[in-house]
Design a protein around this ligand. Structure first.
Ligand SMILES: [Fe+2]
Ligand SMILES: [Fe+2]
Length: 252
């Protein structure tokens, strides 16, 4: 069974979430309404889920025909699968992504795409965003999106957690670590640590993961720093040379 809904946060953030009970995993897509009314999409969700996404967004006051910009955090079905549907509703839609990903999107979907630059602010839809490349977390073309106006980080698959989007605990770290170890979705703790250190430079009040509850307040720094410590600890247990299979099967 699946259930979908839209949650609205201050500053014009709309989170559409689909919880898939069979996977015990939620899939979120984010829509940021700028003060001008323009809407920026981060993550499209999967193609098969688009009709439900469209209908739920419409109920929340957002029409997909009016969405002209889509940020794709990496080339994977839940991040970009519905891009052709967005393009079908708005022929002028532009997809923004890591250079490798943007080439693939243009080639596969024949949509207009623009490459982002690592940690170079860019204004899209009248909203300034900072793309932060998080190479190999868990794809080579991964990135997360920081929005300074909102002090919000849209973290894609970083900080993923199994379970629904409701009821996040005050200390999400144990659940995040358990989810990393259960899923084995990260190829390298080295790369995760580099990504976390990049993220830690930004003034973040709320993290919006694609999978799992939002993280806010003191839990933001505690989670980022706690995960950095986790990476360092796991690496030093094998002289920093843990390969993916070793660390997946080792215990915390
Ligand atoms: Fe992914
Ligand atoms: Fe994902």
């Amino acid at each position: 069974m699946s259930s979908a809904k839209v949650d609205v946060y201050s500053g014009g953030i709309y989170r559409h979430s689909l919880f898939v009970e069979k996977l015990n995993l939620s899939f979120c897509q984010f829509f940021i309404k700028a003060p001008s009314g323009a809407v920026l999409c981060i993550e499209t969700g999967m193609r098969g889920d688009f009709p439900s996404l469209k209908s739920n967004l419409s109920s929340a006051g957002i029409e997909v025909d009016a969405i002209g910009s889509v940020i794709v955090p990496h080339f994977e079905a839940d991040e970009m699968g519905a891009l052709p549907e967005f393009a079908a509703h708005n022929k002028a839609v532009v997809a923004y992504a890591h250079p490798i990903c943007s080439h693939a999107l243009a080639d596969v979907f024949s949509v207009k795409s623009k490459p982002l630059k690592d940690e170079v602010p860019v204004t899209i839809n009248e909203e300034t965003i900072v793309p932060v490349f998080t190479k190999h977390v868990h794809q080579w073309d991964s990135l997360v999106v920081y929005v300074p106006r909102l002090k919000a980080l849209f973290s894609s698959d970083v900080f993923m957690r199994f379970g629904p989007v409701e009821g996040g605990s005050a200390d999400p770290l144990p659940q995040i670590i358990a989810s990393i170890e259960k899923s084995g979705y990260l190829p390298s703790l080295d790369h995760l640590q580099v990504a976390l250190q990049k993220i830690s430079k930004y003034d973040v009040e709320t993290i919006f993961p694609m999978h799992g509850p939002a993280i806010s307040g003191d839990a933001v720094a505690a989670t980022v720093n706690g995960l950095i410590e986790y990476c360092m600890e796991k690496r030093t247990t094998a002289d920093g040379k843990l390969d993916s299979e070793e660390w997946r099967t080792s215990k915390v």
